[in-house]
Design a protein around this ligand. Sequence first.
Ligand SMILES: [Ca+2]
Ligand SMILES: [Ca+2]
Length: 231
Amino acid sequence: MMRSSLIASLVYGIVGALPLCFAEILVRYDADVFPEEQGWERWLFDPDGAEVRELSDSTLRLDTRASELISDTYNFYLGNVEPSERNPLRISWRMQTLEDHGDLLLTDVVLFLAAPTSQAIEFIIGTDTVTEGLDRGGRVLHEYAIDSGMAHDYEILTANFQTYSFWVDGEFAFTGEFRGSAWGQVPRIAFGDAIVGTYSSLSAWDFVEAALVPEPHACLLLGTLLLWRCR
Ligand SMILES: [Ca+2]
Ligand SMILES: [Ca+2]
């Protein structure tokens, strides 16, 4: 009797923990087709038709070096997403900025996340530095150095759309806060060349993903339960 109730509670614990242990993918773009073919909304400004855009080796290359008048971003609306401490929202992407041209800010290569509150965060990704946020004096709030000449894996985690942590190649980079106000419909992620004027760039995007992910402790619990059951 005791044994059956123990097994029942084990099964209940495992089944209860299962949904917490798998990522719920909200959107994933692998750059095998153009983003707009997968439901991303393209916001293109290119009055001279000067942008060179191509897909190769499962990578989207955006080349806006021919004109500072170009911007080309891809937007995905996340819908009624509700991240929590147990299931934070993770935005992950792998890409490389091969060239950046500009001076005042870093460049025009951007990964943008707008919260349901209309506050937002904006990562500007140069060839050897990633920054997020500007203060009122135009100074960068957060900055992290990266190795140039290679693609990197980036990850934002937020449990509340108010604060976030930022990771590069699995290493913690910095934390920050959502602020300002986002344009357009929210919540939304956007990536690409986001600035018209002064800047141009060459970037190569391998993938972009938004997911609700399990909080690590929930899965440790499940692993422990399974190991115990299998003994
Ligand atoms: Ca531009
Ligand atoms: Ca890819």
